[in-house]
Design a protein around this ligand. Structure first.
Ligand SMILES: Cc1cc2nc3c(=O)[nH]c(=O)nc-3n(C[C@H](O)[C@H](O)[C@H](O)COP(=O)(O)O)c2cc1C
Length: 465
């Protein structure tokens, strides 16, 4: 059978197929072929030797990653890491330490891996086949994320008092640690000594990143690397040549965060943008193989690995940095750029004087970065994408903005305070293009970023406009 036609596929399924194909860097036709091949090899009884045509070559077995989750706040991110590794075609098994079970459940990890989750060294179900040795032997790579200070100390000293540490001692596979802990725990001499020992033993590490900690008011070096950064590290170690790189060779320019418009040398006007959505897009674009330049206003988000970050403060600085960073294949303007700046900003700190009138701040319009780039006669990126953060008439305003700014796509979101989107971790986006409106489901900012990057890859590959 040389070809097969499938009729009556509804739009929603087509859309899912396009996004899946883009994620894997394949054409839709190739994606469907892969799905059919996988489904057929699951159920088919293999023909007996000599009973017919040669069977198709057996698909290459997936590489196996054993993920050990330690007991830290970042354990919740390991659920996303499982998804990211599975998206890359990896078979993932999971061990939770006793402390990790205080943060996430074996049920949630099992639901995402699709496999039983292991927690006990002395497991009656594996009494006779020495479970920890088998788990150690059956992994191509062991990832410890989050790697707690405690796990690092035990590993550095060869302790094996529970399932996680026994497996880590018994394995000959490469180990990748993603440490996560309070900055003071990280900088402690004992932790640094253990880290040096582990590196000398051949253990690979990723992160920690700098940024805000779970404890309120704490920041510093100690945040676990983001799941997409760890997944990229896994790809590198396992040399996954077939890993999806749908944006390889593309240069993507992204803006993120608020701008600060000075009132005088010590005061400024700002907005509530956290930069989380733009940073998530930068991470997703880099993971898809793009060369990413992130022009960022002042934010408290850790700098992503593998991304060139250019820090700016005001709207005018941002425009200048964007113009210097061009040309690009795609430009995504996620920054919340101030519409106005203070026309009469003080060269010195404006003093409060008893009895004097309050100062009048005159505002003047800032340059419109999205419109400026979208209307460039030369060097305009092939795909210019803006955000419309609105508090009312979201769709109508987004459609008007698409026309007025001259961009190709607008991602519209409702940022009225009740939605919690501004500064929060989730987003509900409607994609407005010349051909219509796509409503994406409410999702995390990381998932919204992955959806956007998959959608961009599909557009660049000519599968969607
Ligand atoms: C709320 C809470 C958060 C914690 N977060 C971390 C963390 O991020 N990193 C860390 O190294 N230890 C953290 N700990 C301490 C570990 O849970 C503790 O050292 C534990 O024994 C680690 O066990 P494990 O290494 O077997 O997972 C935290 C403890 C609590 C109670």
């Amino acid at each position: 059978m040389a070809s097969l036609t499938v009729r009556q596929i509804d739009e929603a399924l087509k859309q899912q197929l396009r996004l899946r194909a883009a994620r894997h860097g394949r054409s839709v036709e190739d994606e469907v072929r892969t799905i059919l091949r996988e489904a057929a090899s699951d159920t088919e009884t293999p023909p007996s030797p000599g009973s017919g045509p040669m069977p198709a070559a057996k698909p290459v077995a997936a590489k196996r990653v054993l993920l050990i989750v330690g007991g830290g706040i970042a354990a919740y991110k390991s659920l996303d890491l499982i998804r990211r590794m599975k998206e890359r075609g990896l078979a993932v098994r999971c061990i939770l330490t006793k402390a990790a079970e205080e943060f996430i459940t074996p049920l949630s990890a099992g639901a995402i891996t699709g496999e039983r989750v292991f927690t006990d060294l002395f497991d009656p179900a594996h009494e006779f086949d020495v479970g920890h040795i088998r788990l150690a032997r059956e992994a191509d790579l062991i990832v410890v994320a989050p790697a707690t200070a405690d796990l690092m100390a035990k590993m550095a000293n060869g302790l094996a008092g529970d399932l996680a540490t026994a497996v880590l001692l018994a394995t000959t596979a490469q180990i990748l640690l993603a440490p996560a802990m309070n900055p003071r725990m990280w900088m402690n001499k004992a932790t640094q000594r253990n880290l040096a020992q582990l590196i000398a033993d051949g253990v690979a590490t990723i992160g920690p990143n700098e940024g805000e900690m779970a404890e309120s008011g704490e920041r510093g070096l100690g945040r676990m690397a983001e799941p997409l950064e760890i997944a990229a590290g896994v790809e590198k170690i396992l040399k996954l040549h077939g890993a999806p790189r749908p944006l390889k060779g593309k240069r993507i320019l992204i803006t993120a965060g608020p701008t600060h418009e000075p009132i005088d040398p010590v005061r400024y006007i700002a907005n509530r943008s956290s930069g989380k959505q733009g940073y998530a897009i930068a991470i997703a674009a880099a993971a898809a193989g793009a060369d990413v330049i992130l022009v960022s206003g002042p934010v408290n988000v850790p700098k992503p690995q593998g991304v060139t970050v250019i820090d700016v403060e005001s709207a005018r600085d941002m425009l200048a940095a964007v113009e210097r960073a061009l040309p690009a294949d795609v430009a995504i303007f996620a920054a919340a750029v101030a519409d106005w700046r203070v026309a009469n900003a003080g060269a010195q700190k404006i003093k409060k004087q008893a009895g004097a009138a309050t100062p009048d701040l005159a505002l003047t319009e800032n340059p419109d970065i999205l419109s400026t780039v979208a209307h460039r006669a030369t060097g305009r990126p092939g795909l210019v994408i803006g955000f419309a953060a609105e508090t009312e008439n979201v769709l109508a305003n987004a459609k008007a903005k698409l026309a007025k700014k001259g961009c190709d796509w607008i991602l519209a979101n409702d940022v009225s305070p009740a939605t919690g989107i501004m500064g929060g971790d989730r987003n509900t986006i409607q994609l407005v293009t010349a051909s219509g409106v796509e409503a994406w489901p409410p999702q995390s900012k990381e998932d919204a970023a992955a959806t956007l990057i998959a959608r961009i890859a599909a557009a660049l590959n000519g599968e969607q406009n």
